[in-house]
Ligand binder design. Structure first.
Ligand SMILES: *[C@@H]1O[C@H](CO)[C@@H](O)[C@H](O)[C@H]1NC(C)=O
Length: 392
């Protein structure tokens, strides 16, 4: 026996074997490929992450979305403009070629934006993203940070993937280049990471949003057909608002899918808070909350399906929150189907009635996973670490 000849004592033989085993397991896990093969990937990620040549085929991503945004087929095709951000600076009125604003606001038509290198982009004013634009941060580390952040205003067919948006601050009214490349006046903004105003067919995937003055994601003013997937929301009091004010009844048509996101640590409330519209909140992981996880007012509809709600150790255990409005009927449709609850979490459902189905068309539809899989399906939420040589 090798051990016996090389090493005398049983003790050292044991140590030798431990070292041997450790060596082999580290060797295996250092290859990202095998790590990925052992991973349970959700349906969006499965669609492109297995391809080690994803850099060559970045546009494959557009066909991977599910939920109300549907497939992002209008963001790719023959007439697609490939634009690379090389300059982290910002000029809100006359953006230089090479900057993010030049690609996102000035260039019209289908634009696929990538980044030459890691960068911190401090925006002087909110960035108004044009229709048919994709912002693809895969392979580099892109931060939008420390001042103004992202806004989608009267625009459609937009993908935001793989960027970090944090420490966003309120902005005074002022002039800025609009999504059509024309200079326009923009009112006061509150300091949200991403704000949608009258936007449709928007897909926000694998981004990390945190620590902003107001909220992380606002979907307002008749915005609809939105998918929010694979994101990591952390360190925030008010996380996600769907439907901005009580009076805006056009938000009755709002449809939002919230899937495979990770909420926490230190998210207090609004994950999301819904007004008027319908949200399908499915296969997300909630790592605690302070006030509540999901809430609403103005007759919202919610199908909470196969999420994992882990209540905070101290404080409120109830997932939901309802605000009554004096004038309009205090009716909520809050249904929980297949959710899992840990640490004493509870969900107050609407009594009676029928859960409203999302009624997805075939390109929006996807198979909902069991709540037992949510931990592993959300493990790579937020910005992915994509190494130079291997799978993302
Ligand atoms: C939302 O998507 C549905 C299904 O694709 C479509 O019929 C509808 O027109 C879209 N609504 C808007 C406002 O884009």
């Amino acid at each position: 026996m090798v051990c016996h000849r090389v090493i005398n004592s049983v003790f050292w033989c044991f140590i030798f074997l431990v070292v041997l085993v450790t060596f082999f397991t580290t060797k295996v896990s250092s290859s990202k490929q095998s790590e990925i093969e052992g991973m349970e990937m959700n349906v969006i990620d499965q669609c492109w992450r297995f391809n080690p040549e994803w850099r060559k085929y970045r546009q494959q991503l557009a066909l991977c979305s599910v939920g109300y945004a549907g497939k992002m087929t209008n963001n790719i095709g023959k007439d697609l403009i490939h634009y690379k951000v090389t300059d982290h600076s910002d000029d809100p009125l006359n953006p230089r070629p090479g900057t993010l604003r030049y690609g996102a606001s000035k260039i019209q038509g289908k634009v696929w934006i990538t980044f030459q290198k890691d960068m911190n982009i401090k925006l002087v004013r909110p960035l108004l993203i044009s229709s048919f634009t994709t912002i693809d941060g895969r392979g580099v580390d892109v931060h939008i940070v420390d001042n103004a952040c992202l806004m989608i205003y009267k625009a459609t067919n937009i993908i935001i993937h793989g960027i970090r948006v944090h420490h966003c601050r309120p902005q005074a009214p002022g002039m800025v280049m609009g999504p059509d490349g024309n200079i326009m006046p923009l009112g006061q903004v509150d300091g949200d990471a991403i704000r949608l105003v009258s936007a449709s067919k928007i897909w926000i995937d694998h981004s990390t949003l945190s620590d902003c003055q107001d909220g992380l994601l606002d979907v307002t003013r008749g915005s609809t057909n939105i998918t929010i997937s694979n994101n990591w929301f952390r360190e925030q009091n008010k996380v996600m608002l769907l439907g901005h004010d009580d009076g805006f009844v056009r938000d009755k048509n709002m449809k939002v899918t919230v899937v495979y996101n990770y909420f926490g640590p230190n998210c207090h409330q609004r994950m999301p808070r819904i007004r008027h519209g319908y949200a399908h909140v499915v296969n997300n992981l909630y790592m605690g909350w302070v006030q509540y996880a999901i809430g609403g007012s103005m007759e919202p509809s919610l199908k909470s399906q196969s999420n994992l709600f882990i209540a905070p150790t101290v404080g409120k255990k109830e997932v939901t929150w309802r605000k009554s409005s004096n004038e309009v009927g205090d009716t909520w449709e809050f249904y929980s189907v297949g959710d899992a609850f840990e640490n004493g979490a509870s969900f107050m459902e609407t009594k009676g009635g029928q859960v409203t189905k999302p009624n997805y068309n075939p390109e929006q539809n996807f198979e909902v996973a069991d709540a037992k899989s949510v931990r592993s399906l959300t493990r790579s939420s937020g910005v992915l670490q994509c190494s130079k040589t291997s799978i993302c």
